[in-house]
Design a protein around this ligand. Structure first.
Ligand code: SF4
Length: 175
């Protein structure tokens, strides 16, 4: 029992320091990523590197508002990722809709549809805030507290109901 716990702890430490990030650049906040990734802020020193495909990615970064149509692609993308996996909502639009809160075509609360492990508040969050947020996420992963992917599996019906409500029958398929 003790050995199992110790092994899990070691695995979490390793996971937390080797993160491939798929950035789904849906909003204006994406413009803060190049300075975060390049030499001044250098995200790679935390062990985070960009990844082009969902199947090898650990983090799904959603960088702003999401239209209902885009939400469907984001859900498919998330479901292709291997567990353990983590979702980061970037900018106020992912938290409460931000300045598009009353738009007919965007969704307001990302965590109704996907399990968000970390929100980065701001419109848009600066690179310092992004680095700080990722440090918090790494801490959570190391401690085994970033378990949104488990929550998604356990509450799949609840997520599916919300997804269907947002997407409607014509936009939703169960594949
Ligand atoms: S939070 Fe602000 S910067 Fe980010 S997508 Fe929304 S409007 Fe754009």
């Amino acid at each position: 029992m003790y050995t199992k716990k110790l092994m899990e702890k070691i695995k979490n430490i390793i996971r937390g320091h080797s993160l491939f990030m798929l950035h789904y650049c849906t909003g204006c906040g994406a413009i803060e990523l190049p300075p975060t990734m390049t030499s001044r802020f250098d995200m790679e020193r935390l062990g985070i590197a960009p990844m082009a495909t969902p199947r090898q990615a650990d983090i799904l970064l959603i960088t702003g508002y999401l239209s209902a149509k885009t939400l469907r692609r984001v859900i498919y993308t998330y479901e292709q990722m291997q567990s353990p996996k983590w979702v980061v909502g970037f900018g106020s639009c992912t938290i409460n809709g931000g300045i598009y809160y009353d738009s007919y075509s965007t969704i307001n609360e990302l965590d109704l549809y996907l399990p968000v492990d970390l929100y980065l508040a701001g419109c848009m969050p600066r690179p310092e805030a992004i680095i700080n947020g990722f440090e918090r996420l790494i801490e959570k992963i190391e401690n085994g507290d970033a378990d949104g992917w488990k929550h998604y599996k356990q509450n799949r019906e609840w997520y599916k109901k919300n997804q269907k409500q947002a997407l409607g029958d014509s936009l939703y398929t169960t594949r």
